[in-house]
Design a protein around this ligand. Structure first.
Ligand SMILES: [Zn+2]
Length: 246
């Protein structure tokens, strides 16, 4: 028996997926956690759809803005971020912020997205964080995305009407990458797309809490150095990878 367990080593993911689906609970989540990987893959020819689940209408400490006005601001910020990254499609589901539920309505919406895009990789929040606080929309979006990928999008008799009425064929997604995880096992080198990530995060102006541009840059850089582990990369994004037999 070894005296101590070896340090867990994060495995680099080097291949570029062709079709990518990103499920983000709020405007800014995906840009904070995975936009470096997204920018890198787009530069390498990937097609990406963002699905924004909620309107972000509760994400402020400003007592002078209404939820309706904030939603408009935040959905526009997400559109700006997507444009700067070169993401080809943005779909807005318009659920009220804080109101996602693990139910058939939401699951069906995500199954529809998966069957439309037929992705190689789906990115979404880690549903099973234990010791770090996690917004209920993050937890639930992660869980419902996982269940939508497997088994619901895979088997045509789940939400049969999508297949029968909308002509959406079932799809087997090979890989999910969970962001915001306590159990990262995979890193993606974002050294060449860090600037694109900083720009995407900075597009969410309402979420900067008074930080100036330099402070945002430093914050993103520091975060991107935390998970490099033994990978040898300068800047990374880290994920827990789940694979499915296809
Ligand atoms: Zn969020």
């Amino acid at each position: 028996m070894p005296e101590s367990m070896p340090e867990p080593m994060n495995e680099p993911m080097n291949e570029t997926p062709q079709k990518v689906l990103v499920v983000t609970p709020h405007p800014d989540d995906a840009d904070f956690w995975c936009s470096g990987s997204i920018a890198k893959w787009i530069a390498d020819g990937a097609t990406v759809r963002y699905v924004l689940c909620t309107d972000g209408g509760k994400g402020t400490t400003d007592p002078n803005i209404s939820s309706a006005d904030l939603s408009k601001v935040r959905e526009q910020e997400q559109a700006d971020a997507v444009k700067s990254l070169g993401v080809q499609e943005l779909v807005l589901l318009h659920h009220p912020d804080g109101s996602l539920e693990d139910n058939d309505e939401f699951r069906k919406e995500l199954v529809r997205q998966i069957r439309q895009v037929q992705p190689d990789v789906v990115l979404c929040p880690e549903p099973y964080r234990k010791n770090l606080a996690w917004h209920r929309d993050h937890r639930i979006a992660g869980q419902v995305t996982l269940d939508a990928v497997f088994p619901c999008a895979r088997d045509h008799l789940h939400f049969e009407e999508l297949w029968r009425d909308e002509g959406l064929e079932p799809h087997k997604t090979p890989t999910i990458l969970f962001w915001g995880t306590e159990l990262a096992d995979t890193v993606i080198d974002i050294s060449n797309s860090l600037d694109a990530k900083i720009k995407a995060v900075a597009a969410h102006k309402s979420q900067m809490d008074g930080r100036n541009e330099k402070e945002v840059q430093d914050f993103i850089k520091e975060r991107a150095q935390e998970d490099v582990g033994g990978s040898g990369f300068e800047f990374v994004e880290a994920f827990r990878k789940v694979t499915f037999r296809v």
